[in-house]
Design a protein around this ligand. Structure first.
Ligand SMILES: Nc1ncnc2c1ncn2[C@@H]1O[C@H](COP(=O)(O)OP(=O)(O)OP(=O)(O)O)[C@@H](O)[C@H]1O
Ligand SMILES: [Mg+2]
Length: 314
């Protein structure tokens, strides 16, 4: 589609604006963001997995920079290399070729400058909430007393100070992820890396967590790379969305989200939001890969194998 063209969608039954037309305040914000240095630079990263008989190119020549205090979401169908990319950023995996640069310097292996929050709840079950958050702070060589003081501040920030002495199994999934975010941030990283961190949560808790994350991000100097399958989540959170295509994983497009900040739930029904979502859906459909994680796929049930409901039991 050429820039400036209008898009007809069945859903909205009216013409949507071009997702590339940024409202003036968003264009101004994007221009400001782009003036900032890259905190994180993915410099021609390729990753090949070699197994006994096969070779998988998970990522092919990925080139992308994340500006300071930017919130970037990464989307793409299952298997396009999203987790591989974030694991390389975290230093949990080495690229086959290319580099990861933090503030212009090549990094190898994990480091305190990059905090990570996974999809699964990963708190230490034998430590209470406060001790979980203290963990990262103490690792940085801070005294126990000071670590405790800082941990309590974090718990206050995420609204869980009254759960300081509770153990992870006593918390809901959303609360556990809030503690996991606080634990990652307490170590003062420059970048927070999140791999589908909210996808195990129910829809209502997920929305709350998205708002928590943006609220925390607004208050502190942190740059976020957030991987998600959920296009609504990506549009709602991101300044820019990196779209990866599969086989091999490549950058297909970088989208500047045409929504003002602070984000509000009402924006999810705006024309700008719908136009961005329609474009993303079309892009991902064009890759032709059935998405194993898609929630709305038709499930075919083999009826003859089931006991059919009859008049008698109805
Ligand atoms: N350790 C590994 N060994 C071999 N192949 C791997 C390994 N890790 C990932 N792959 C392959 O690399 C490709 C990308 O996988 P990756 O997990 O990064 O995708 P993804 O986009 O995160 O998928 P999903 O959305 O399902 O989480 C896949 O083909 C996968 O099978
Ligand atoms: Mg993954």
């Amino acid at each position: 589609m050429e820039k400036g063209e209008w898009l007809m969608t069945d859903k909205a039954e009216h013409t949507l604006p071009d997702y590339r037309d940024l409202p003036p305040d968003v264009a101004e914000r994007m221009a400001q963001i782009k003036k900032r240095d890259y905190v994180l630079k993915i410099d021609h990263v390729t990753k090949e997995f070699v197994q006994k008989r096969s070779r998988v190119k998970a990522l092919d020549d990925i080139e992308f920079g994340v500006h300071r205090r930017e919130l970037v979401c990464v989307v793409g169908p299952s298997g396009c290399g999203k987790s591989t990319l974030i694991r390389i950023l975290a230093g949990l995996e080495d690229p086959t070729s290319g580099h990861i640069l933090m503030d212009g310097k090549s990094v190898h292996g994990p480091g305190a400058d990059r905090g990570m929050v996974f999809q699964k709840y990963t708190l230490f079950p034998w430590l209470d909430v406060c001790q979980n958050v203290m963990f990262g702070i103490e690792m940085a060589g801070v005294s126990r007393l000071e670590a405790q003081r800082q941990a309590l501040q974090w718990l206050q920030m995420i609204g869980l100070e009254q759960f300081a002495k509770a153990y992870p199994h006593q918390l809901s999934g959303g609360m556990q992820q809030r503690v996991a975010i606080a634990r990652a941030l307490a170590a003062s990283p420059r970048v927070l890396l999140m791999d589908e961190s909210f996808s195990a949560l129910d829809a209502q808790t997920r929305t709350k967590m998205q708002n928590y994350l943006m609220e925390i991000w607004r208050k502190i100097d942190i740059t976020i790379v957030f991987i998600t399958h959920d296009l609504d989540e990506a549009i709602y959170l991101a300044d820019r969305i990196l779209v990866l295509k599969p086989n091999p994983g490549r950058v297909e497009e970088v989208i500047e989200v045409p929504l003002s900040r602070p984000r509000r739930a009402e924006q999810m029904t705006s024309d700008e939001f719908l136009a961005t979502k329609a474009h993303l859906e079309e892009l991902i459909r064009s890759f032709g890969v059935p998405d194993e994680n898609a929630e709305d796929e038709d499930v075919k049930i083999d009826l003859p194998l089931l006991t059919l409901v009859t008049d008698k039991v109805e």
